[in-house]
Design a protein. Structure first.
Length: 119
């Protein structure tokens, strides 16, 4: 009989190695979920060596890892690459005296999915 045990690890961004605060880790096929702390670290109780952990974070590709008896599972998530066929560009109007510098105009990129400004 398999006893629940704790699996620990760290979730980082693949390109920079930066820890991902708030990444979600769940056990596939269950409601068991946890999130990473500010250092990208997590702990989750698993009930089986056959358990599959699913790692997700906004803007990153989801990744699955088998527990397979491992006490530590570190994951580096890649950026989600979305090929856009079109990009929406909008402009805002602001009084010149409120601008922090000599900008004749400020372009703003708008996401076609959310219709919100992109950074």
């Amino acid at each position: 009989m398999y006893q629940d045990r704790i699996v620990k690890g760290t979730v980082t961004e693949k390109e920079t190695g930066t820890p991902l605060n708030g990444a979600s880790i769940s056990i596939k096929g269950t409601n068991s979920t946890t999130v990473t702390n500010s250092a990208g670290q997590f702990e989750i109780a698993v009930a089986s060596n056959e358990a599959i952990l699913v790692f997700t974070y906004a803007g990153k590709k989801a990744e699955e890892r088998a527990v397979a008896g491992l006490p530590v599972i570190d994951v580096a998530l890649e950026n989600e690459v979305a090929l856009l066929e079109e990009v929406y560009v909008g402009y805002m109007v602001q009084k010149k005296k409120t601008l922090p510098g000599p900008y004749p105009w400020l372009p703003i990129m708008i996401s076609p999915k959310t219709h919100l400004p992109m950074p």
